[in-house]
Design a protein around this ligand. Sequence first.
Ligand SMILES: [Ca+2]
Ligand SMILES: [Ca+2]
Length: 199
Amino acid sequence: MKSRILALALFALVLVVMPARADLITFDDLTDNTIVTNQYAHVTFSAFGDERVKITTQAAYNGTKPNFICTGPVAGYIDCTENFVIEFDAAVQNVEFDALGNQTAVGGVFAKVDIYQNFVYTATFDMLVTQGNLDPDHQDLSAYSDITKLVFHSNTDGAGTGYDNLSFDAGVPVPEPASVLLVAVGLIGIGGLARKSRL
Ligand SMILES: [Ca+2]
Ligand SMILES: [Ca+2]
């Protein structure tokens, strides 16, 4: 009986400490000018009015080649300047992505992204140029937990910005060691009670 409870406790611990699964979207599996909506798990892309989020093949840029995403009119080709939205099916952690093709000076803000945590707007993040031109400007939103939506807007680059390498952790966040310890202590306590109740 005791060993069975211990085994159960160990199994529960493994479940608790199992890391959240990381998704990485490179956009390299879709063809040029494809409208991107729900082709990837956990996430939906959209834009406003006549605009859509589209694949563009731009192998000169130093993201994961050959593709990244840009905005563009439904019936035309890319403009890369318009507002767009990324929505997640459920709250995700550790959102990061690259921006490409920024002609704004290094250190400048090329665009902004509104962050929604657990479906509520909480912050606007200034996206900075770190390298510019053909090289990725990495954006790290991992300080914001439980992201459910991102709204990209206020692009100041006349020829626009592309995005690549969207990564995030879907599912249960990894708990801190203290909470793992609490669960372990609780399970051992339950084991003790179970033994006592049989006396
Ligand atoms: Ca890519
Ligand atoms: Ca540009």
